[in-house]
Design a protein around this ligand. Structure first.
Ligand code: NA7
Length: 558
């Protein structure tokens, strides 16, 4: 439970009043983004009486849950571990209808929170920031918006979202295709007709797996274009009854404490018996139990050795491969769905509901792009090296320029005009994923190299928001107008991020955790971008809290 939960009453605080003029708004703090992070951040700031607004590029709030409207979009985290913990009243009022709630309900929830705490009045929509420039003389950021407006802020808090920059492939002739085509992130608000249509889905990450499972029985023909298969295990979703929700409410303190104490920020905790202390039969029996449990159980409640020990990882991978073989009727298709280039848990694990069974349907066809690559798009479909696939709709489930993409699209210039994109060309470099040396007064929520990218997002978001709000309060209290991470502290943090990453087997895998994206220049294979901290949530929280108790060690407050 966050500190803010202890009192919903506003705490008055005097902040520098920055006068606004037409076309130029001035605020003590500007928050970028009105998603899960931005909503909580503005709640904390306004509770403290700090003059702050949120600028949101989109035309409404919700971030991820506003945009990802594709069929099947839902939490992979247990709903009641995903919701905010900061208000007891909110926890008592909200009923989650499903163990893993779907996008429409998630967006309703975020709107409910914003209405309940009257947060919309602090938000400006259709306010895309294109450039952000540090003014050393005045110690303020100048933000230039797409609509020509300007905003001046002492502090900027970026809550841009780690998965807010969708990326498309660049196949020849994509523009020639005359059917409908869109990225899952841009799935239209209006209902998309599916019945009887020939649909192609490109991509089999967490998104592709959700959308394929959801539409397989709704479309005429479904052709899945798979470049590399992913491991995937059952979500085991279920409705939550009134009685179950009442029991969850009684347990909320315990639930959030459990999440805070687990590496992944979930209630699932690693099994500490030791992989090799059990027999192979005992391990298989244990995995049979986990496979039937909800959410990330098989990943997060497993033995820690699967992340570090090649032999242990091979054994669990063989187990999950057998499960795939049991579920897919055609053995040739089953083998194509089993990853060969990375072990189980070495990339972000997609969770599924009848995904593998979808391939047992007559109307679902798997195209293995490693055997028959796409040559080009045509007006009527996709031509591979083997054949032409006639399509009415192409769905790009091709992922995101993850974690740093939201930053790269804003021209951020810090001290001496240095561009953040230049500083981060080979990968991000931060202090705790919150501050960046050379970019004073810019605080990041769920930033690169924080623990957010590797854990249950909202749990880490609350930790991050609470911590940086404490730092901000401290700075304002002390009359500080400049807050910057020290270069040596940043270097030390990056070394910790690299070290935690290099210990894990997934250092060799290609996925967005390691900054791989074949569709983004400079993010291709062979160059790891250390984008997230993988030392686990409890260790991260301990470290940032120690730094705070130590007078915000590593940070210059001027
Ligand atoms: P992911 O996990 O990055 O998956 C993207 C998928 O798209 C993946 O299967 C890629 O294959 C495939 N892809 C990407 N580019 C191409 C091209 N050019 N041709 C063919 N296939 C391609 O993104 P998701 O949206 O599924 O998930 C992102 C996160 O959102 C997820 O982890 C959750 O946290 C929510 P590849 O594996 O690169 O060969």
């Amino acid at each position: 439970m966050s500190d803010a939960a202890m009192s919903d009453a506003p705490l008055p605080m005097t902040t520098t009043s920055l006068p606004s003029t037409p076309g130029t708004e001035r605020h003590e703090v500007v928050v970028l983004g009105a998603g899960v992070s931005g909503i909580y951040q503005i709640k904390r700031l306004t509770d403290l009486g700090i003059d702050a607004i949120v600028l949101e590029a989109d035309d409404d709030l919700g971030g991820t849950w506003y945009r990802n409207r594709y069929p099947g979009a839902r939490f992979d985290s247990e709903s009641y571990t995903y919701g905010y913990s900061f208000s007891r009243e909110l926890l008592d009022e909200w009923h989650w209808n499903e163990r893993f709630s779907a996008q429409p309900e998630n967006l309703r929830y975020l709107n409910y929170v914003a209405e309940k705490f009257d947060l919309r009045r602090h938000m400006r929509f259709n306010a895309r920031v294109e450039a952000m420039t540090w003014n050393e003389d005045e110690r303020v950021w100048r933000l230039d918006l797409q609509n020509g407006d300007t905003c001046i802020a002492r502090f900027v808090i970026t809550s841009l979202g780690p998965l807010s920059m969708p990326t498309l492939p660049s196949y020849e002739g994509m523009d020639d295709f005359e059917g409908d085509a869109f990225h899952t992130y841009w799935w239209p608000k209006e209902p998309v007709p599916l019945a009887g249509r020939r649909v192609g889905v490109i991509g089999t990450g967490a998104t592709g797996i959700q959308v394929i499972s959801a539409i397989a029985d709704q479309v005429g023909e479904l052709t899945v274009f798979q470049r590399r298969p992913n491991w995937s295990t059952p979500l085991n979703n279920a409705p939550i009854t009134e009685d179950e929700m009442a029991a969850i409410r009684r347990r909320y303190d315990e639930i959030f404490a459990n999440c805070a104490n687990s590496p992944g920020g979930f209630e699932h905790v690693p099994d500490r018996r030791g992989f090799w202390s059990l027999t192979a039969e005992e391990r298989r029996a244990f995995w049979d139990e986990l496979y039937d449990q909800p959410g990330f159980a098989l990943l997060a409640a497993n033995f820690m050795e699967i992340y570090f020990d090649e032999a242990a990882n091979r054994e669990i991978s063989d187990y999950v491969a057998d499960r795939i073989r049991q579920r897919v009727a055609d053995p040739v298709v089953a083998e194509k769905l089993i990853p060969r280039d990375h072990g189980f848990g070495m990339q972000r694990l997609p969770l599924e509901t009848n995904y593998f069974e979808a391939y047992n349907r007559d109307n679902v066809h798997l195209v293995d792009l490693s055997e028959t690559p796409i040559e080009r798009f045509t007006a009527t479909g996709i031509q591979t090296t083997a054949t032409h696939h006639d399509l009415d709709l192409v769905v790009y489930a091709t992922g995101f320029d993850a974690i740093t993409g939201g930053y790269d699209r804003i021209e951020i210039r810090g001290v001496d005009g240095q561009a953040l994109a230049d500083k981060w060309r080979d990968g991000p470099s931060t202090y705790f994923g919150v501050l960046v040396s050379g970019f004073p007064n810019m605080f990041m929520v769920a930033g690169p190299q924080s623990v957010s990218g590797s854990t249950n997002f909202p749990r880490a978001i609350e930790t991050g928001v609470d911590w940086l709000t404490g730092l901000l309060e401290d700075a304002i209290d002390r009359g500080c107008t400049r807050v910057e991470a020290r270069p040596d502290a940043e270097e030390e943090w990056v070394a910790k991020v690299v070290d935690a990453h290099e210990r894990m087997l997934f250092r060799r895998s290609k996925g967005w955790f390691t900054g791989y994206n074949s569709n983004v220049n400079g993010h291709q294979e062979g160059k790891i971008r250390y984008q997230a901290y993988f030392g686990g949530a409890p260790r991260y929280t301990t470290m940032i809290n120690h730094a705070a108790a130590d007078g915000y060690a590593g940070i210059d407050l001027a």
